[in-house]
Write a protein that binds this ligand. Structure first.
Ligand code: GTP
Ligand code: MG
Length: 712
């Protein structure tokens, strides 16, 4: 393959609703570009992108796949992204490597959850958008309805560049408003017959063309002036405005395709090659940590960003790189700026799904892959020695919304499972695994049940380790709501040396900025930032030597033991001020052990009288549902003790903002999906700890009592 320079390289991601036809579209792109000579199908499991066993088994994409096509002397890199919402991390990964999103929309369904997700991330990551309305050949295809739903959701930026003449069974033609021609496809060969717009379409074409002209003019003051002057734009100006409008996200052009029948795809790729920005023409989505912009300048020293890493069957670790600066040539010695290790590029590959071709050199803006790097992870920045230390700012991946605990079925395989989880999650930026210290559980945090099932499939089939999933423990906390005093005398006189220690203390609920108590004079303060969140303030208020200063650390130690295993349910306690104001010593029998026990028990006693409360983690929730499905979703949220904070309408969807306790959110993604037939989506983020309601507290106390009994 020839070496393409930066301005000849365009990068697109195929995104959009689940099963809208992205993989099929990638297949027809590859066919038209001569990369394959027969189109595979998702059903037969022989497509270029869905080549992994799990994708063949499920007939659906699970991982982003990189392909390319050479069109009009340009190289167009394509990433086929899975549409299922659980894989939304793949959208982010793809958008960090491409300049344009081609959002496939199923003409039978209009806007779907996957369409919205693709658009949401496009907005977040400033990614230009082209809509490809697909499946126009399907019996139930409804182009007008689809455009109406696109406009309702994404506004007047939605701009027709084409419209079908005969959508539905038998679809073969559309009018292109830019070229002012009709494109007609005969079955199979993917090539259009181009003819003049027929008489009966002229009025509609003219009306839609003037909308296109107007939208093309809006992004550019000079064009706008011309448009006001003349009421029209030349074809050249229109192209210029359109190109600018795409790059600045002020126009979302709509194209027409039937990917499965390879209709419209050649024209779509021609449109892409002419009108989407190359990396150096685009507002960069990536930034360096030092605030410098990525230049995509081919002249400088090499910098590359690892947007994807995969462990491929029969190949091993494959590293996918977007070139940000300079060129890279085979044999280059480079530095992994993220961990300072040295690496060598032994091979530069261009991917067409699992098929690879090697090239000697690649330029800024291009997407390549390589193998056999020693220690390079997803998100790493690779550089020429001169640029060592330059690092790309981390890309923000979605917060996991589904957690589960996991363990090996055979405990002898614990270590193997740990290694498998570390390896798997290092390739999947939207999945994390960690050990929840207090619950002593290994936790997998992911985007949903399907996502976790994918992990399970890999554990069974690739890593060959049997694992089971179970409920994660909720990290409750304990605190107090009012002040209380208590004393405890620890006295023991059995046999030899006795033990004696007496502690009086006064405890208060702690809050940020609270004034010191004035009941007892404070002679010393220790502020402890608790590892599990919150604070313990320990005040020494002893006067007249009632307790020797040397016993104070032992008293604190005793209190900390109870802070670590709260008096109510054994959960961590937080946000308490303890004032030790009196006590007694014995000239012979007092020692540290005695004061530790006295401190601990006095604290426990005071805690029980201080209006103790169990706290639970509460999350900020954002649920996005079709307006007509609000009722069921709201009822369900109420059942989960959620408090609705606000509602917004967005197109024909409603966005509910709420606060909900984590304890009630187990498997929420699954419920929401069934309540909305897969059309709802949500995100959640830790917000704060809040006291549980009385009935929940009572149930937790009872459960703890029973569990403790079992242990006795
Ligand atoms: N009638 C018709 N069916 C299509 C067209 N494109 C795709 N399909 C069918 O739609 C189904 C889904 O196609 P895929 O290409 O797997 O869709 P996808 O968007 O990649 O799906 P995910 O990766 O699971 O999100 C398959 O059964 C395809 O045969 C089309 O243009 N017309
Ligand atoms: Mg797919």
């Amino acid at each position: 393959m020839k070496v393409y320079n930066t301005s000849q390289i365009k990068n697109i991601a195929l995104v959009g609703g689940n099963k809208s036809g992205k993989t099929t579209l990638a297949e027809s792109i590859a066919l038209n570009a001569g990369i394959i000579n027969r189109m595979g199908t998702v059903e037969a499991g022989n497509t270029l992108s869905d080549y992994r066993d799990i994708e063949i088994e499920r007939k659906s994409s699970a991982v982003g796949t990189v392909l390319y096509a050479e069109v009009n002397d340009k190289k167009i890199n394509v990433i086929d992204v899975p549409g299922f919402t659980d894989f939304q991390g793949e959208i982010v990964s793809a958008y960090s490597a491409v300049e344009t999103a081609v959002v496939a929309v199923n003409a039978q369904n209009g806007v779907e959850v996957g369409t919205e997700l693709a658009m949401m991330y496009a907005e977040k990551m400033h990614t230009p958008v082209i809509f490809a309305v697909n499946q126009l050949d399907a019996e139930k295809a409804d182009f007008n309805q689809t455009i109406a739903s696109l406009k309702e959701n994404f506004g007047e930026k939605v701009t027709l560049v084409q419209y079908p003449v005969n959508a539905g069974t038998g679809f073969d033609s559309f009018i292109d408003l830019l070229t002012q021609k009709m494109y007609t496809y005969s079955a199979g060969n993917g090539k259009a017959q181009i003819s003049d717009i027929p008489e009966q379409e002229k009025d509609r074409a003219e009306e839609l063309r003037s909308q296109l002209v107007e939208n093309a003019a809006t992004g550019d003051d000079e064009l706008m002036e011309k448009f006001f002057d003349q009421g029209d734009l030349s074809v050249e100006d229109m192209r210029k405005g359109l190109k600018e409008g795409i790059a600045t996200r002020s126009i979302y052009p709509v194209l027409c395709i039937a990917a499965k029948e390879n209709k419209g795809v050649d024209r779509m790729m021609e449109f892409v090659s002419n009108n989407v920005p190359s990396a150096d023409e685009s507002q960069s989505r990536l930034e360096y940590k030092d605030g410098n912009k990525v230049s995509y300048n081919n002249g400088g020293d090499f910098v590359g960003y690892v947007f994807k890493a995969a462990n491929e069957q029969h190949v091993g670790e494959v590293t996918y790189i977007k070139i940000l600066e300079g060129e890279i040539a085979t044999g280059a010695d480079i530095v992994n700026s993220t961990n300072s290790s040295k690496e060598r590029i032994s091979q530069i590959n261009i991917n067409a799904g699992k098929n690879r071709t090697t090239v000697d050199k690649a330029c800024a803006g291009d997407i390549i892959s390589t193998i056999k790097l020693k220690d390079v992870k997803l998100g790493a920045t690779l550089t020429a020695a001169k640029n060592a230390g330059v690092e790309v700012k981390p890309v923000e991946y979605p917060e996991p919304i589904y957690t589960t605990a996991i363990r090996a079925v055979e405990s002898s395989e614990d270590e193997k499972l740990g290694a498998a989880l570390n390896d798997y999650t290092s390739h999947d930026p939207a999945m994390q695994n960690y050990i929840a210290r207090e619950a002593k559980q290994t936790i997998v945090a992911a985007m949903g049940e399907f996502h976790v099932n994918t992990l399970k499939w890999y554990l069974d089939n690739v890593y060959k380790v049997k694992a089971e999933f179970y409920s994660p423990k909720i990290p409750y906390r304990e605190t107090i709501t009012k002040e209380a005093e208590a004393m405890y005398r620890h006295k023991k006189q059995s046999g030899g040396a006795g033990q004696f220690g007496e502690v009086h203390l006064y405890i208060q609920p702690y809050y940020e900025g609270m004034p010191n108590q004035t009941k007892y004079p404070i002679r010393g303060t220790e502020t402890i930032e608790l590892q599990w969140g919150g604070k313990l303030i320990f005040n020494n208020c002893i006067v007249g030597g009632a307790i020797d200063a040397r016993f104070m650390p032992a008293i604190l130690k005793g209190i900390m033991e109870k802070m670590e295993e709260g008096p109510l349910t054994g959960s961590y306690a937080r946000d308490i001020v303890v004032n030790v104001f009196d006590g007694k010593m014995h000239p012979v029998d007092s020692n540290e052990m005695a004061f530790k026990l006295a401190g601990r028990n006095a604290f426990k006693e005071a805690f029980k009288n201080a209006g103790p409360k169990i706290l639970e983690p509460v999350y900020d929730l954002e649920v996005n549902v079709p307006a007509d499905m609000m009722g069921g979703v709201m009822t369900d949220l109420q059942g989960r003790r959620a408090i609705v904070m606000g509602m917004d309408s967005k197109g024909n969807h409603q966005v509910i903002k709420a606060k909900a306790p984590l304890a009630e959110m187990n498997r929420y993604s699954t419920s929401l999906s069934s309540l909305t037939s897969g059309r709802g989506m949500f995100s959640m983020k830790y917000s704060e700890y809040q006291a549980v309601p009385t009935d929940v507290q009572n149930a937790l106390l009872k459960a703890y009592e029973e569990a403790s009994k079992d242990e006795e």
